[in-house]
Ligand binder design. Structure first.
Ligand SMILES: *Cc1c(COP(=O)(O)O)cnc(C)c1O
Length: 250
């Protein structure tokens, strides 16, 4: 697949890789009858150095995703100092699981959280979001392939609706949609069905009277290897790491 090749060649040509991925995203979108700008690129920077992130910023990339709270906060702070005048500004997404003892750091330093799945975490983030910042943009993570090992809500309409309504009622959080990360699989039919399940759940929320007025416009789905299937199913934000920055150590 093209993405494996991209990841092997990624090291050292971040600008070229971003242009290439943007091109592939636009191609996929067009193939499935969607507008190119309806699918955004989130650059995943776990284990990636600040200088490599600077390269991506020079290439025009603005949305970045981190998995580990402490590593993420260090980079947010380092880049806030180095990129204070960059326009449009950087947008930081927490895409890894968040335990209760890390909610304050997320509330204080990030713009988005993709992995909300518990009401207790939602309430802590709402209470801890600083008043001078806009609301934290939130996606609910749904466990679409029902993997036991996974965090995320069961992909069940009632479970997703209940947490969505709770988040919608919190003034310092803004519910924007859903995130899904099925386990890698060779079975494309099965993967596509998982991504369609997430899209269906978002459509259900969009019809929910208790969520009237919510801006439910985001489906965070797809990575370097399964980007195309996720776009076929309606992804609006693909999370790509290795195809931009090279294979991670370990
Ligand atoms: C690491 C990671 C990605 C990116 O994976 P790649 O295979 O490097 O593109 C996307 N989403 C999440 C949640 C991740 O942890």
């Amino acid at each position: 697949m093209d993405t494996n090749k991209a990841s092997a060649e990624a090291q050292g040509n971040i600008l070229g890789n971003i242009a290439h991925i943007q091109h592939l995203i636009a191609e996929d979108a067009a193939f499935f009858g969607r507008e190119a700008k309806s699918v955004q690129l989130l650059a995943v920077t776990k284990t990636v150095s600040v200088s490599a992130i600077m390269e991506a910023i020079k290439a025009g990339q603005r949305d970045f995703g981190e998995n580990y709270v402490q590593e993420g906060v260090e980079k947010v702070q380092a880049l806030a100092a180095a990129c204070a005048n960059v326009t449009p500004p950087l947008v930081w997404h927490m895409i890894g699981p968040v335990q209760s003892n890390k909610t304050r750091a997320v509330a204080e330093h990030f713009d988005w959280l993709h992995t909300l799945s518990r009401s207790k975490i939602a309430q802590r983030l709402d209470a801890q979001r600083p008043a001078h910042l806009p609301p934290l943009q939130v996606l609910l993570q749904v466990n679409v392939d029902a993997a036991d090992s996974k965090s995320g809500l069961p992909a069940d309409e009632a479970a997703v609706r209940d947490l969505a309504v709770l988040v919608h009622g919190l003034p310092h959080l803004r519910l924007r949609g859903l995130m899904a990360m099925p386990n890698p699989s060779e079975d494309e039919t099965e993967l596509l069905a998982h991504y369609r399940r997430a899209a269906h759940l978002l459509a259900t929320l969009q019809q929910e009277p208790a969520l009237a007025g919510a801006q439910l416009d985001t489906l965070s789905m797809g990575m370097s290897a399964d980007r195309r299937l996720a776009i076929a199913a309606g992804s609006t934000l693909v999370r790509v790491g290795s195809a931009i920055f090279g294979r991670r150590p370990g």
